[in-house]
Design a protein around this ligand. Structure first.
Ligand code: OSB
Ligand code: MG
Length: 368
């Protein structure tokens, strides 16, 4: 296939409720979407970076510039035989993997549509049902947090992840455990701690957490390797895993026992498949992380989550937890058992509501 044209657009989409982590609060998503054209077919990708460079170095504006000036021009006019070659076209670009993944994931969608099969089948997915958890942002009070957890459990979600940060950790997790002694519970620090906090991190062992996600620096595996043997709780790495090479090194050092895979963070499906396979062969569980995606990114996550190694519930939850109205039809729904059935239609298997996209668009560019 030869990519002929890439349409970029940025949409603004307010969240139904602010989402707070140790690095900041998000109230409205600024999302870049790519529509890739080839031989009468199209494919959709969503850029998963945050509005500002706080989760990692990428931001909506930096990703726009990388996409428009580098990733899109490097892709247009090139002949590739398979979507697994798409990443190579932009591999000159250092970092900026979320920007690069926007096009890579769109090309996977396009190829699945060309073959008239669901993307998850093209990727080699085998799960007829994916298991869902929720990520709950920092709340103003423990009472509010307990109430949110209760609502999500009633909706059927199989795992509750809560965000922590210094001053909102031990006592808060204790209150949650007191109220919900048996639930599948995890915490995510988004790099809010250092090895100086080791006593606090050890105390979290009391709460039988499935894992503690990214306690230390976003770019670290050495200190995590120092920390892991001192904890009973498994460490799950998120921010510091950008590739299968990072995965190999982190596991070799013993920096964690669980891997969160985010499509954007690892540059797309091809690298995600490599990480999944590497972990599966070594019995390291993986799960699909979320970046508050709109429907296209959410559908991409569903497709990836059907790979066999995704044994733990992911942060892939219902559209209505984020948006009053999503940009895809139908919206993503979760069963009362906390599962999503992958769609049967070709490609992403959801229809993009282009009329709604037009209404939400703040800028648009076509690269030929
Ligand atoms: O660390 O997993 C994270 C959102 C933005 C940036 C980082 C993270 C998150 C989430 C939200 O936890 C997951 C979701 O519901 O999409
Ligand atoms: Mg995380």
């Amino acid at each position: 296939m030869k990519i002929e044209r890439i349409e970029l657009r940025e949409i603004h989409l307010p969240l139904v409720a602010p989402f707070e982590t140790s690095f900041g609060v998000t109230t409205e998503r600024h999302i870049i979407l790519a529509k890739v054209f080839s031989e009468g077919l199209i494919g959709w990708g969503e850029c998963t970076c945050n509005e500002g460079p706080f989760y990692n170095h990428e931001s909506t504006d930096s990703a726009w510039s990388v996409l428009k000036d580098f990733a899109a021009p490097y892709t247009i006019g090139k002949e590739i035989a398979h979507p697994s070659e798409a990443g190579k076209l932009t591999a000159r670009i250092r970092g900026n993997k979320m920007a690069r993944a926007t096009i890579e994931t769109a090309i996977w969608d396009l190829e699945a549509r060309r073959q008239n099969i669901p993307l998850w089948k093209l990727l080699g997915g085998t799960r007829e049902e994916i298991v869902c958890g929720v990520s709950i942002g920092l709340q103003d009070t423990d009472t509010q947090l307990l109430k949110k957890i209760e609502t999500e459990l009633a909706a059927g979600y199989q795992r509750i992840k809560i965000k922590i940060k210094p001053s909102r950790d031990y006592e808060m997790v204790k209150a949650v455990r007191r109220e919900f002694p048996d639930i599948n519970l995890t915490v995510d620090a988004n790099s809010a701690y250092t090895l100086n906090d080791i006593e606090l991190l050890k105390k979290l062992d009391e709460f039988d957490l499935k894992y503690i996600e990214q306690p230390l620096a976003y770019d670290d595996i050495i200190d995590h390797a120092d920390l892991q043997p001192q904890l009973k709780t498994p460490i799950c790495l998120d921010e510091s895993i950008l590739s299968v090479d990072d995965t190999r090194k982190a596991l070799k050092l013993g920096a964690g026992k669980v891997i969160n895979i985010k499509l954007g963070r690892v540059s797309g499906h091809t690298e995600a498949q490599k990480i999944e396979a590497y972990c599966r062969e070594r019995n390291i569980p993986v799960w699909c992380g979320g970046m508050l995606e709109a429907g296209i990114g959410r559908a991409q996550n569903i497709a990836m989550s059907t790979l066999a190694g995704f044994t733990m519930p992911g942060d892939v939850s219902a559209s209505k937890r984020y948006w009053t109205e999503d940009i895809i039809v139908p919206e993503v729904e979760v069963s009362p058992r906390g599962t999503i059935t992958p769609p049967t239609g070709a490609g992403l298997g959801f229809e993009v509501n282009e009329k709604r996209l037009e209404a939400l668009t703040v800028r648009k560019d076509v690269i030929t």
